[in-house]
Design a protein around this ligand. Structure first.
Ligand SMILES: [Zn+2]
Length: 148
């Protein structure tokens, strides 16, 4: 099933991302995902398989925020970009050219991750010289991976 493969790819990407933080283990609150219209991923289905897959893992409880990316094609007749419609057979409205180039809508990309890094135990420091150690809450970008 499509969404199962997508979830597997996502989990792999998240594993690699986590390794970049070793020895700390980030606690992930939310993963922001861009999903192209042409990936044929059903957001609800993906959310469901994700929820099942992360149970009892380090990602347990992490929410998946899915941001759809509309399909954009390029007309090879005149180089214009257009919004392909299934009703038109995805042909360009300007030249009635078949869709041969997709500009956007094929991506499955982790746009950012909301996470928190638990602090490691620190050596005692002299009073008054303690640096400000706010809990690290940040958003990170993760390299793109495309659907085949
Ligand atoms: Zn055209």
């Amino acid at each position: 099933m499509h969404e199962v493969d997508m979830t597997r790819a996502l989990l792999l990407a998240m594993e690699r991302w986590k390794e970049g933080h070793a020895p700390q283990q980030p606690q992930v609150g939310r993963v922001h995902l861009e999903v192209g219209a042409f990936t044929c991923v059903e957001p609800e289905q993906l959310r469901h398989t994700w929820g099942v897959a992360i149970r009892t893992t380090w990602l347990e409880g992490a929410d998946l925020a899915i941001e759809p990316v509309a399909l954009v094609g390029r007309c090879l007749g005149c180089q214009a970009t257009y919004s392909p419609e299934a009703a038109r057979g995805y042909r360009s409205p300007c030249c009635d050219h078949p869709m041969e180039e997709i500009v956007r809508g094929r991506e499955l990309r982790i746009r950012s991750v909301d996470y928190h890094l638990p602090e490691l135990p620190l050596a005692p420091e002299p009073l008054g010289l303690t640096p400000h150690r706010a809990a690290a809450a940040a958003s990170a970008s993760i390299p793109t991976f495309s659907t085949p």
